[in-house]
Structure formats: structure tokens, C-alpha cells
Design a protein around this ligand. Structure first.
Ligand code: SF4
Length: 620
């Protein structure tokens, strides 16, 4: 029986290139390779960034849980590719080409550049077709390269030519079957790839066209986990060398039913699902017993968990210090904020996203100024050392009045909160499979001008104004809405040679027009990401756009027994899964209107003022 060691280890690797200091890590799994499927796992960024990713940690555990799999991590390091450093795994220092499978989890578009860097550093042909047509010097096939993560799930096309297969959906559903297929089929990579392409959730770009007008066009249906409570979605690795130093991260819920119209996370993980309280408390207890008292609650909207108040109080009683990734103030969870303050949280983050109520309606961020100001006053009362406000600049329909409203909002917050205060003014970037997918990005100069206006108005009030570069945001937007042509641009930029100027120059050399990717597209026109069937129907996006044009908000997902089929992400089986459970009655009519009593009492959402929901009129 092969021996698996879980222990506290010190690594001295090239990944600590900045400092050349050894990394300290707990939870590392080192396995004997003999006869096993060898999987390299990469988040294409530094160790520091990659180890903040719960997705990476969950995949690491999932692969290694299989007795016939050995999974080791490989990270990107700035400057390593151009310096010609060998690319080695963290656990045993194996080169990337020794692995059978190289799995990437990619969180955001700007890491696409690092993917290409890594393939070059590993001396692996970057294009999938070149790997599929050749073998390594020793006759072995190249590792099968696969990718997943929110960006490539919603628009795999800019990365399509680099990967043999791309997972459209959530890893928990795909990994066990992937392991079985690889164990049976590694000797014949071509047949393995064909099988994978026929497997739900998998997209082999070399085997199928992505253009919806092509006669062989077939969409890939997104995979999602129906029973999140069957998975332990919490940290398995602990290190001080990461943003969440030694924190026990717990994914308390996946997905968000609020429907902010700009938000990829709000659509890629539909429907919203959550971990039960008991499971979360058991996970926290194990971590605290092992000495990890810092608990980070992870979810698209932490305060939307139906038992967040109970969870916060219980964690506080257990002696945890609590952090939360992102929370809403409609409604505010006072117990959570109090528990965070009492256990030493340094920052309360509020995300109005836009300054005026009109613009918040357009983007469907339904929390009101009163609700957010109540939270800010509470942060002052509870002595939070820092308040952060997150805004986006350049939203569709944004005007100078909205920018003035943003300034006024922040000054009102300043009046209420007397300690350190920071705001982020991030450019809006249109994302695939959101209602704003057809919207263009505001010109970089306009965003820059508005960011300057914000800075001039607020910096003198002791507010730290952080504004991401609109030029880099434009690069991100091009990758976010990109197609396969972008692969040539990624390939043409040498390691270490990336700059905004170089990117746009390379686009021009490749005959690509940035304005095509940055401008608005006719609603309903073919999209580069048509290959992905996210579950949410195009009609639903049309409808949401119409509401946005009227400055009107849309609907949150109803409580989880409501039998809702509005956007299409839930299917009959899921929407009516509580049909025989008397405690969770199903509404009278599928598709609504919902009866008032059906909004009772399983969620905190019920405490909001829900208006009667009429069936949605969708466009033809
Ligand atoms: S079908 Fe209804 S409940 Fe399901 S994700 Fe869509 S809006 Fe939410």
C-alpha cells in the first residue's frame, strides 16, 4: 500500500524566488509515484496568489484522495521563464513533462499570459494541435493539458487552442470520472480526447467548432454540483506565505441568486447552494483544534447564507477570529458584523458598486444607501480599524451625475466613519454570460477622467483612493470577450515582454481591431462563447437588459423550494426537489406567481420586502 504523508514541511524551491527563503506549509501531500496517474496542478500565478485559491486546494485534495493518483503543484514565478529556470513541481521537484495530466485552474483573464509563459518554461509545445501531432523525445505522449475555472468556463475561446480539453463547470462533478478515463485511456491520447469530448461538461476545442452557424456545432452544458453538502469545501493547506496567512477558508455557499448584471460569479455558479450549518461548524472545530483559529468565510455573498447569524455567533463562541470575503447589506447581518469586530477583524468592506440609486438599479445591485450607511455607522460604533468601499467606474449608462453621487456617498460615509478609509474605483469590464455581455467597455480616457475626478474630490478628506488602470482593464475586457484569434497575440508576446503598449501593438500586427472586442455588440448576435450552455437562457439576459434600460431592478432567486425556472439554470428536478417535503411546500403554480406564504421561513431573504412576482415576459 503506497504511503501518503500529510505533514508540515519546509520547501526550498524556485517558487520562493523573490526572497529565496524556504516556504513553510502544513498539509502537503507527498506520495510515491509508482504506477500512479501523475497530475500536475497549477493556478497560473505565484505561490503567494495561488495558495489563496480555495479551488486549488480543493482540487489538490480531490486528486490526491484517489489512491491511484499523485497530484503535485506547479506555480508561475515572475521572471522564471525568461531566466530559463526549469519548471518543477513543489512536492518532489519533477518537471512538468513527467506528469500524465496537467490541470490548470484559472481564476481571471490576466493569468492567460502566465499560462503561455508556463508552457514555454516547461518546453512543452504551447498549441494543443502541435502536442497532439507529436511526442516527447522519449516517445511518451505530452501531458494532457486541461483547464477550468470561472473565466474559461464562461468563455473558453481565448484559451481554446492551448488546452486539449476545457472543463465547463465545477470540478467536483468532473474529477472522479476524469481520473477513471485517464487510467483507462492514457496509452491512446487521441481516443481519450474523443471520449472526453463526448463526456458531459468537457470541451475539446480541437474536435469541435465553436461557431454556432457551423453544421457540426454542439454546445457544452455546464456541470454543477447538486449536493454541495457532500463535499468538504474548506482549506486543506496552511501557509504563512499567502494573503490569507494560515487562515482556514470555508466556502459556506456557492453561487449567488441576486443577479447583479455585471457579475460573472453571479451567473457562473447558479443556482445558489449552501453548506449546512452543522458541516461548517464541524469544519471550523477541526481547524481550531489544529490551531487554525483564523476562519475566513468564502462565498459570493457571505451574508446571504440562510444561517449566517447562527454561524457567526457559534464561531465567535468557539474562539475563532472571523473574516468574510464579501457581504451584502440588504439585509445587514448584525451578528456577523459584531462577531467580526469582536474577534479582531481589521476591515469592513461594503460594495455599493455605484454611487446613485438609479445606477445601482441599472446594474441590479439592490442594496439601498440607507442600508449601507447603517452598516458603516455600525462599523464606526464597533471600532473597525478600516472601512473599504468598492465601486466600479464606467458602468453602462453611467453619467457625470453618477460620479458625483459616488463622491457624495463616500463623503457621507466619511462623516460617519472616522478611522482609516479606502475606496476602490475599478473599471467595469463586460463579462460573458451576464446580461451586460453585449455592452461595450467605456473608453479608457473617460474612465481615467472619472477616476481623477473621484481622486481629486476624495483624497483631501483622508480617503485612500485606489483606481485600477483603465488600460489594463481594456486588455482584460479583450480577453474576457475574446475569441480564438487572441491565441496568436498571447503567443507573440515573449516572456517578460508584456506591457499595455506591446499588447495593442501585437493585436495590430495580427490584424485584430481592439475596438471590435471593446465596443458594444448587437443584442442577440453570435458570441465567441456560444459553445457554452451556461444554463441561463439568452432570453433571460434580453429581459434583464430591458429592465436595465428602464432603470429597473430584476429579481433575486426565490427561496430554494419555490420551483423557480425563470433564468433556466435550475431544472425541474432541482427546482421541485422538495416537492414531497411538507416543511418545504412547493408553490401552487410553476413559474409563479408565488404565494406570500411560500416565502416563509427558510431564508433570510424572506425578511426583505418581496414584491409579488409576476411571470417573466421573455422576448421571442
Ligand atoms: S431558475 Fe430561478 S432559482 Fe434557479 S438560478 Fe434561475 S432565477 Fe435562480
Amino acid at each position: 500500500m503506497p504511503k501518503t504523508r500529510r505533514h508540515r514541511v519546509r520547501h526550498s524551491t524556485q517558487h520562493a524566488a523573490d526572497s529565496r527563503m524556504p516556504l513553510v506549509e502544513e498539509g502537503t501531500i507527498v506520495k510515491d509515484w509508482g504506477g500512479k496517474l501523475a497530475v500536475a496542478l497549477t493556478m497560473p500565478n505565484t505561490y503567494y496568489v495561488g495558495m489563496s485559491s480555495l479551488a486549488l486546494q480543493l482540487l489538490y485534495r480531490m486528486f490526491n484522495q484517489h489512491p491511484q493518483v499523485v497530484c503535485e503543484r506547479i506555480f508561475w514565478e515572475k521572471g522564471a521563464a525568461e531566466a530559463g529556470q526549469p519548471l518543477l513541481s513543489l512536492e518532489t521537484g519533477r518537471p512538468a513533462e513527467d506528469f500524465h495530466l496537467w490541470a490548470f485552474t484559472i481564476s481571471w483573464e490576466m493569468d492567460y499570459f502566465n499560462v503561455v509563459d508556463l508552457l514555454r518554461q516547461a518546453n512543452i509545445p504551447p498549441l494543443a494541435v502541435d502536442r497532439q501531432r507529436s511526442r516527447q523525445w522519449n516517445g511518451r505522449p505530452w501531458p494532457l493539458l486541461i483547464a477550468g475555472g470561472p473565466g474559461v468556463t464562461m468563455n473558453p475561446e481565448p484559451m481554446a487552442l492551448f488546452f486539449d480539453a476545457i472543463l465547463i463547470g465545477e470540478g467536483e462533478e468532473a474529477v472522479p470520472h476524469l481520473i477513471d478515463l485517464c487510467q483507462e485511456g492514457l496509452d491512446d491520447p487521441a481516443a481519450l480526447l474523443e471520449t472526453l469530448d463526448q463526456t458531459p461538461g468537457w470541451y475539446a476545442p480541437s474536435l469541435r467548432p465553436s461557431n454556432r452557424n457551423h453544421p457540426d456545432f454542439r454546445q457544452v452544458e455546464r456541470l454543477w454540483v447538486r449536493r454541495l453538502d457532500q463535499y468538504d469545501t474548506a482549506s486543506t493547506l496552511y501557509t504563512p506565505d499567502t494573503e490569507f496567512s494560515n487562515m482556514h477558508l470555508m466556502e459556506i455557499a456557492r453561487g449567488c441568486g441576486r443577479g447583479c448584471r455585471f457579475c460573472l460569479a453571479g451567473y457562473v455558479y447558479r443556482p445558489a447552494r449552501e453548506q449546512p450549518l452543522e458541516r461548517l461548524l464541524a469544519s471550523a472545530e477541526r481547524a481550531i483544534t489544529a490551531g487554525h483559529t483564523k476562519i475566513g468565510l468564502v462565498s459570493a455573498a457571505v451574508s446571504d447564507h440562510t444561517q449566517i447569524d447562527e454561524l457567526a455567533v457559534a464561531l465567535q463562541e468557539m474562539g475563532a477570529s472571523i473574516s468574510a470575503s464579501s457581504m451584502r447589506m440588504d439585509p445587514i447581518s448584525v451578528p456577523l458584523i459584531r462577531a467580526m469586530a469582536a474577534t479582531g477583524a481589521q476591515t469592513l468592506t461594503v460594495a455599493p458598486e455605484a454611487g446613485s440609486q438609479r445606477l445601482r438599479n441599472v446594474i441590479n445591485k439592490t442594496q439601498t444607501e440607507d442600508q449601507m450607511m447603517e452598516a458603516i455607522s455600525l462599523a464606526q460604533e464597533l471600532n473597525f480599524p478600516q472601512l473599504k468601499l468598492y465601486f466600479m467606474v464606467g458602468h453602462p449608462t453611467e453619467t457625470e451625475e453618477d460620479i458625483q453621487a459616488l463622491i457624495d456617498f463616500t463623503l457621507e460615509a466619511r462623516r460617519r466613519f472616522k478611522r482609516r478609509m479606502a475606496i476602490n474605483a475599478t473599471p467595469f469590464v463586460p463579462k460573458a454570460h451576464t446580461p451586460f455581455q453585449w455592452e461595450g467597455m467605456a473608453p479608457a480616457d473617460l474612465i481615467r477622467r472619472r477616476q481623477k475626478t473621484i481622486y481629486r474630490a476624495l483624497a483631501r478628506h483622508g480617503i485612500d483612493v485606489r483606481a485600477d488602470s483603465p488600460d489594463w482593464a481594456a486588455v482584460q475586457a479583450i480577453l474576457s470577450r475574446g475569441d480564438r484569434s487572441l491565441a496568436q497575440v498571447l503567443l507573440a508576446i515573449p516572456p517578460g515582454g508584456l506591457s499595455v503598449r506591446r499588447f495593442f501593438q501585437t493585436m495590430a500586427e495580427q490584424g485584430l481591431d481592439p475596438e471590435h472586442y471593446l465596443g458594444p455588440w448587437p443584442v442577440g448576435s453570435p458570441l465567441p462563447w456560444d459553445i457554452v450552455q451556461s444554463g441561463v437562457s439568452e432570453n433571460y439576459f434580453h429581459y434583464e437588459l430591458k429592465l436595465a434600460a428602464r432603470n429597473a431592478t430584476g429579481l433575486s432567486c426565490p427561496p430554494d423550494s419555490a420551483g423557480c425556472l425563470s433564468c433556466g439554470a435550475c431544472d425541474l428536478e432541482w427546482a421541485f426537489r422538495y416537492g414531497t417535503n411538507e416543511k418545504r411546500p412547493v408553490p401552487a403554480a410553476r413559474g409563479g406567481p408565488w404565494r406570500a406564504q411560500d416565502w416563509q421561513p427558510w431564508t433570510r431573504l424572506k425578511r426583505e420586502q418581496h414584491r409579488q412576482v409576476a411571470p417573466i415576459e421573455l422576448t421571442a
